[in-house]
Design a binder for this molecule. Structure first.
Ligand code: SF4
Length: 314
């Protein structure tokens, strides 16, 4: 995966058109589906995670309890800034995307030199982490986590690799009333995300001087989604156990509704509508599975951390 990542970056500079198509219409659209199956599938091979963990095992500094909410807010902020920027520059400029990906890779590597294991990037400021938490809350299969064997307790609470269910609850501040969880960074993200995705697909490419159009439209959709979710959750007294799977399914369903036909069309292939419905059916199956779980059991493949957490070596 590191070689693929390096090849992508080189490709963005030397063959930007085909590389941008491969990235935005093949590689990226595969990720949400893998998150529904189990986030370990991606987190186990993600090249940024590899870079983040390359030199980080022996570091003393860990992601402490008081930092998790702050770093989560930074990651969510990065996501909400970077995704609309696709319409401005990243969908069409291989150079800018290549430079940005290189900078993020160096950031992941550098934070690994300071903070233990995934505590500096993957479990803190990675912009993909909130999406992984939302879509990975009810994995369809169990999967091992060989990267963290044994667990070095790099993250004080809510590690997604240890227990997706607990990770989600921790991200919501362990609160169940809408008045409390909607105020957490992850609560805002989860409630706004379906609208965020809908807003993204409602605009075309925008010239950089008109950046406020892209951000304004996507922000409007996000705020509408946030307000509607907060209202329905309060009015219908929806529990987070019911609401979070629905929000996850809505977000990923909206994504594939638009992204599936676009992916095949980008290569001149037919069958986009069929692929759309296949993926929507897959999301529906995942939602039924997630709603059946009133409380998510811990992963059967938790690394040795569960034992270590009870009897930490540090
Ligand atoms: S399993 Fe342990 S070492 Fe791995 S990311 Fe989670 S807390 Fe860190």
């Amino acid at each position: 995966m590191l070689l693929t990542f390096a090849a992508l970056i080189v490709g963005l500079f030397v063959r930007p058109d085909i590389t941008l198509d491969m990235l935005w219409y093949v590689l990226i659209p595969v990720l949400p589906a893998t998150f529904l199956v189990n986030t370990a599938l991606w987190r186990g091979v993600c090249p940024l995670a590899t870079l983040n963990m390359l030199a980080s095992r022996q570091r003393d500094l860990t992601l402490r309890k008081g930092w998790t909410t702050k770093t989560a807010a930074i990651g969510i902020g990065l996501l909400f800034v970077m995704v609309p920027a696709r319409h401005l520059i990243f969908n069409t400029s291989g150079v800018w995307l290549g430079v940005t990906m290189t900078a993020v890779a160096l950031l992941a590597l550098g934070l690994g030199l300071v903070v233990r294991a995934k505590g500096g990037f993957c479990n803190s400021i990675c912009p993909l982490l909130p999406v992984e938490k939302l879509y990975g809350q009810a994995p369809l299969i169990s999967a091992p986590n060989p990267r963290c064997s044994p667990c070095t307790l790099c993250t004080a609470k809510g590690c997604l690799d240890l227990d997706p269910s607990k990770s989600l609850r921790a991200a919501l501040g362990n609160s169940t009333t809408v008045r409390d969880w909607i105020r957490t960074p992850f609560g805002v993200f989860a409630a706004a995300f379906p609208g965020f995705i809908l807003g993204y697909f409602h605009i075309e490419e925008v010239a950089i001087p008109h950046w406020y159009v892209a951000y304004g439209i996507i922000l409007s959709f996000s705020l509408a989604s946030l307000a509607l979710t907060a209202f329905l959750a309060a009015a219908l007294r929806l529990s987070t156990h019911r609401l979070l799977p629905v929000l996850g399914a809505l977000a990923v369903g909206i994504y594939y509704w638009y992204a599936a036909p676009a992916s095949l069309a980008a290569f001149g292939l037919p069958g986009g509508i069929l692929l759309r419905w296949v993926l929507v059916a897959f999301v529906a199956i995942w939602l039924a599975h997630a709603l059946r779980r009133t409380d998510l059991p811990p992963s059967r493949h938790r690394p040795r951390s569960a034992r270590l957490a009870r009897n930490p070596p540090y």
